[in-house]
Design a protein around this ligand. Structure first.
Ligand code: 5GP
Ligand code: MG
Length: 175
C-alpha cells in the first residue's frame, strides 16, 4: 500500500516541548508524595512518555502495555486487543496511564476497566498528548491533555500510519 500523503504541521517540536513543561508541572504537583506507577501504552506513547517523564522529578515506576486498536486503518475499529497476557503489579500504587491520543476513548476505557477489575490500583488517571474534539460515547475522559485538536488523522511524535512516521518530530495531518 502507498504511503499516506503528509499534510500541514499541526504542532511543531518546540510547541510540544513547551506544553510538556506545563503538563509535567501539573502531574508532579498531583503525585508528589504518592507511590506512582506510570503505564505507557505502546507503541504510540513512546516518544510522549520519554519526553514527559524526564520532566517529572518524582520517584516513580514505569510499566508498559501493548495494545492494538486500529489494526492498520485510519478509523478506530472499536475493539481493543491486549497483546500481552497479564498486567504489571499495581498493588498499593497510583497509576497514571499515558497514551498518544484520545479518539473514541474505546482503548483507554478498555484499559482502565481491566486495570480496575484485575489490578486494584489505588487510583487510575489518564494523560494524553492529544484529544480529538468530537462527541464520545465512552464515559472516559483524560485527566491531563496536551492539546485539543480537530478530528483529523494525525501522525508523528509517536503516532503512525501503517507503521510509518512515528519518528517525525512534529505532529502532522494526513490527507
Ligand atoms: P480510540 O480507542 O480512542 O478511538 O483510539 C485510540 C488509539 O487509536 C490511539 O492510541 C492511537 O493509537 C489510535 N489513533 C486514534 N486517532 C489517531 C490518529 O489521528 N492518528 C493515529 N496515528 N492514530 C490514532
Ligand atoms: Mg495507541
Amino acid at each position: 500500500m502507498m504511503r499516506a500523503e503528509l499534510g500541514p504541521t499541526l504542532l511543531d517540536a518546540a510547541t510540544i516541548a513547551a506544553r510538556l513543561d506545563g503538563l509535567a508541572c501539573e502531574i508532579t504537583a498531583f503525585y508528589k508524595g504518592k507511590p506512582l506507577t506510570v503505564l505507557a501504552i505502546l507503541n504510540g506513547s513512546l516518544l510522549f512518555a520519554a519526553d514527559l517523564l524526564r520532566r517529572i522529578p518524582l520517584p516513580l515506576r514505569l510499566e508498559t502495555l501493548n495494545v492494538a486498536s486500529y489494526h492498520g486503518g485510519m478509523e478506530s475499529s472499536g475493539w481493543v486487543t491486549f497483546l500481552q497476557d497479564g498486567l504489571p503489579d499495581f498493588a498499593g500504587r497510583h497509576v497514571l496511564v499515558l497514551d498518544d491520543i484520545l479518539d473514541t476513548g474505546c482503548t483507554l476505557q478498555a484499559i482502565r476497566q481491566r486495570l480496575v477489575a484485575e489490578a486494584a490500583p489505588l487510583s487510575v488517571r489518564v494523560a494524553v498528548l492529544l484529544r480529538k474534539n468530537k462527541p464520545r460515547a465512552q464515559p472516559l475522559d483524560a485527566d491531563y491533555v496536551g492539546f485539543d485538536i480537530d478530528d483529523a488523522f494525525v501522525v508523528g511524535y509517536g503516532l503512525d500510519h501503517q507503521g510509518h512516521y512515528r519518528n517525525l518530530p512534529d505532529v502532522r495531518v494526513v490527507r
